[in-house]
Design a protein around this ligand. Structure first.
Ligand code: MLC
Ligand code: AMP
Length: 508
């Protein structure tokens, strides 16, 4: 029998009941939004969505800027049994076309400025609503209220998050109410997160880290968050004396260690700094500890699984270069990727995970889903790692062809396909190379078609409209041929080596 669980929207309702006048959001202009006020917005948005025809299981897609109302939209969708589909605000028209065509949402919520871009989509099957950051937008019009709460079961879908594919198109990872609630509970316990916490929330809310870790934990614990539109190092350092926890991607910490006001004194009220979504440099971990006295707690997760492992809050060292041990209820193993045979500790292999945090499958892709699970239910993450002598997981690389820039995933295949479509390009290989701020950044290596001489500017312009800005190559190199192995496969490792100093070394 499944263990008893409380959905995230139920946890929110409980906190509204328990402490209605507590601030959930503290905004940069000093304004506070209480749990009760948020509940009012959730009720109004829920009424609007129901009027738009959303029924349980329907998708509600949102490409909106960060605001308290955007969180209310998420909670309202869950309340009525809808499936929330958050989309990166950087996605372009071509990217949005695919997501909307694939997920077929009942409602698309966009910013008021983008209303005209989506007008052509509106019809019998899709309603377009708008939501701005100043309490504006059609979604907030009307004074209806919808208070009825759909009691979702653990297996019911709560959200779809797209993760780009290493081959073919993006896949929508379907996360259930059980996934979100169980992962949130495990993290609250592991990190001793309580209603006394004041979290600095500077992450975007269209990914697992900002929405299902940072926001869900705050809401479920009945805590407060300093809610920032984006990461700005000065603002974050200024807020430290009024906060207890920060959750960030490694770039946050790379920027913070360079800040002159980062001292043990400014961190006096802080009890926890968390890093994840990409590898934290051991040197940043050490520099941060030297500057503040705090050892950053690194954890490991992914869209399909939520959080898998964490360094200890107490009872053991937080070891730089490791991501700690599995969260309660989650199992991790390292296997031979070919045979699936478990490897002894110390050996590098494919990381696999099983537990209540692991997603139910890819949206309408049963074959793809089946191919990424083992028969015994373990999910193949595509990451490579080993278990060290203390039982901590170390991620040593990726089996999947993926670049992580500032915590955003970029799939080379998507960029290569666009470059290859340029008439002056014969073929291309897109790689990630070390970058001092983003950890990794994108470089395109291009072979021209016969008698062609494509320029960097021309190629970048060619792909610009179809790619979110963060995916744009930061350098293009035109070469005569790509290195290949005897099987004819492009040797990306060789290219990465060749261009490894482009942004960090003497050539930077
Ligand atoms: C912004 N830009 C980026 C970028 N972010 N380019 C590459 N990679 C990025 N991550 C672009 C901008 O469009 C801009 O383009 C230029 O780079 C400089 O922008 P900036 O002002 O320096 O960027 P900033 O706004 O400060 O953003 C950097 C950042 C942000 C690191 C703070 O990217 C961020 O918040 N990342 C977090 C991503 C995240 O939440 N990931 C979690 C995924 S969940 P121009 O036009 O000026 O050249 C997951 C699971 C898990 O992975 O385990 O958590
Ligand atoms: P995403 O698909 O955006 O959720 O990204 C998940 C990927 O981010 C994982 O498969 C890892 O490759 C990477 N990742 C997340 N956390 C860490 C970490 N702490 N260290 C190294 N890689 C990480």
């Amino acid at each position: 029998m499944a263990p008893p669980f409380t959905t995230i929207h139920r946890s929110f309702a409980e906190q509204v009941e328990r402490q209605p006048d507590k601030a959930l959001f503290e905004l940069p202009d000093g304004r506070q939004v209480t749990y009760r006020e948020t509940e009012g917005t959730v009720g109004r948005i829920a009424a609007r969505l129901v009027a738009d025809g959303v029924t349980p299981g329907d998708r509600v897609a949102a490409q909106v800027d960060k605001s308290p109302e955007a969180i209310a939209l998420y909670l309202a969708t869950l309340r009525i049994g809808g499936v929330f589909l958050p989309l990166n605000t950087a996605y372009t028209g071509a990217e949005m076309e695919y997501f909307i065509g694939d997920a077929r949402p009942r409602v698309l919520v966009c910013s008021p400025e983008r209303r005209a871009d989506h007008a052509h989509r509106e019809g019998r099957d899709l309603v377009v609503e708008t939501l701005g950051t100043k309490g504006d937008g059609t979604l907030l019009e009307g004074d209806g209220r919808h208070d009825e709460v759909v009691d979702a079961s653990a297996d019911d879908p709560a959200a779809i998050l797209y993760t780009s594919g290493t081959t073919g198109r993006s896949k929508g990872a379907v996360l259930t109410h059980g996934n979100l609630a169980s992962n949130c509970r495990a993290l609250l316990e592991a990190w001793r997160f309580t209603d006394q916490d004041r979290l600095i929330h500077a992450l975007p809310i269209f990914h697992v880290h900002g929405l299902f870790v940072a926001a869900n934990m705050t809401i479920a614990a009945g805590a407060s968050m300093h809610y920032l539109p984006k990461f700005d190092v000065d603002t974050v350092v200024d807020l430290l004396p009024r906060a207890t926890v920060l959750m960030g991607v490694p770039t946050f910490y790379t920027r913070m260690v360079k800040h002159d006001r980062l001292t043990p004194g400014t961190c006096a009220s802080m009890r926890l700094f968390v890093s994840g979504s990409a590898p934290l440099l051991a040197s940043d971990h050490e520099a941060f500890e030297a500057r503040t006295g705090h050892a950053i707690l690194e954890r490991y997760g992914m869209t399909e699984t939520g959080m898998n492992t964490t360094n200890p809050y107490e009872g053991g060292p937080r070891k730089p270069g490791t991501v700690g041990k599995p969260l309660p209820g989650t199992e991790i193993r390292v296997v031979d990727g070919e045979t699936g045979r478990a490897l002894p500790d110390g050996e590098v292999g494919s990381i696999e995970v099983r537990g209540p945090n692991v997603f139910s499958g890819y949206w309408q892709m049963p074959e793809k889903t089946a191919s990424e699970f083992r028969a015994d239910g373990f999910f193949i993450t595509g990451d490579l790692g080993r278990i060290d002598e203390d039982g901590y997981l170390c991620i040593v690389g990726r089996g999947k062809d993926l670049v992580i820039s500032g915590g955003y995933n970029i799939y080379p295949k998507e960029i290569e396909e666009l470059l290859d479509a340029h008439p002056a390009v014969l073929e291309s290989a897109v790689i990630g190379v070390p970058h001092p701020d983003f950890g990794e950044t994108v470089v395109a290596v291009v072979v021209p078609a016969p008698d062609q001489e494509p320029t960097e500017t021309e190629l970048l312009e060619f792909v610009a409209d179809d790619l979110a800005r963060f995916k744009h190559p930061r350098a293009v190199r035109v070469v005569e041929a790509l290195p290949r192995n005897v099987m004819g496969k492009v040797q990306k490792a060789e290219l990465r080596k060749q261009y490894q100093d482009l942004f960090t070394g003497s050539n930077a």
